[in-house]
Design a protein around this ligand. Sequence first.
Ligand code: C2E
Ligand code: MG
Ligand code: MG
Ligand code: MG
Length: 282
Amino acid sequence: RSKDSGGGAYHSYEPQLHMAAEERRVLEIALRSAVENGEMHLNYQPVVLADSGTLRGFEALLRWTHPEFGVVSPAKFVPLAEDARLIPAIGEWVLRTACQEAAKWDSDIRVAVNVSPEQLHSPAFATMVAQALAQSGLPAERLELEVTESVFMREGTQAIHVLEKVLELGVKLSLDDFGTGYSSLGYLAHTRFSTIKIDRSFVQGASKGTKEAIAIIRAVVALADSLGMATTAEGVETEEEHHMVQRLGCTKVQGYYFGRPLPVQEARALAIRASSGETAAA
Ligand code: C2E
Ligand code: MG
Ligand code: MG
Ligand code: MG
């Protein structure tokens, strides 16, 4: 482009577009060595029963702290890693680390690990899960994998096949961010999910009194009930939101109101307390 063309408006946005592409490129290069440089770790967010507040499990959430850029949000780097085909390797590290850490909790509390659609491309995924369980000693029933509806659009039958193999190991599946993708409900009949996670957007809508959001949560809870699945309301931030989703019949809740994603030592301490019969911290 010519250096002196255009007016102020041109100059005000074009460098930003350039920066965005440059930032992506720089982050992508940094991501390639993030795991081997020890820049990644996992935090664990509590999932509790809606009625009693009893701790049921933790969701492992990936954290990246780069020495120069600082903390980079997974909302930013996970999609980038997916596009750059770095997810199979990063996802494997997440799964192995979560299994190893949870195996040391001295508790039967479960750990949920997010899985990107790309990971289900490969039939070797199920073998890798089996290895992660065997090497860590984590019982399969304590592992849950979270997938989103997009898995069924993009990978279709291959993903269903890989998920079947994972289920055969005794691992649980949950359907993440439900209601935000373009789902055909057909796959719910074919794939055995233990839990449907209702996206935070519906929780927020319902607590604001939005009729449609309330109707959707009711319908999802009824659907889950009749299919023998549990429901988790995501992103519950206030007492009002908790009471709303509890009234609507959600089985489990997760959100800042009950606990932020925690460093592994704190998660372990909560897990031990919950297993020894003390009331889990809300
Ligand atoms: P997700 O799986 O739906 O995870 C829940 C996200 O909501 C997390 O964001 C969590 O910190 C956030 N959250 C929990 N409670 C609240 C709340 O009360 N209010 C609000 N505003 N947010 C809440 P996080 O950790 O930034 O992760 C974002 C997304 O990145 C995850 O959404 C997931 O899709 C992806 N992700 C995170 N870790 C991994 C991973 O290890 N592998 C893969 N493939 N994706 C991951
Ligand atoms: Mg999740
Ligand atoms: Mg989610
Ligand atoms: Mg969500």
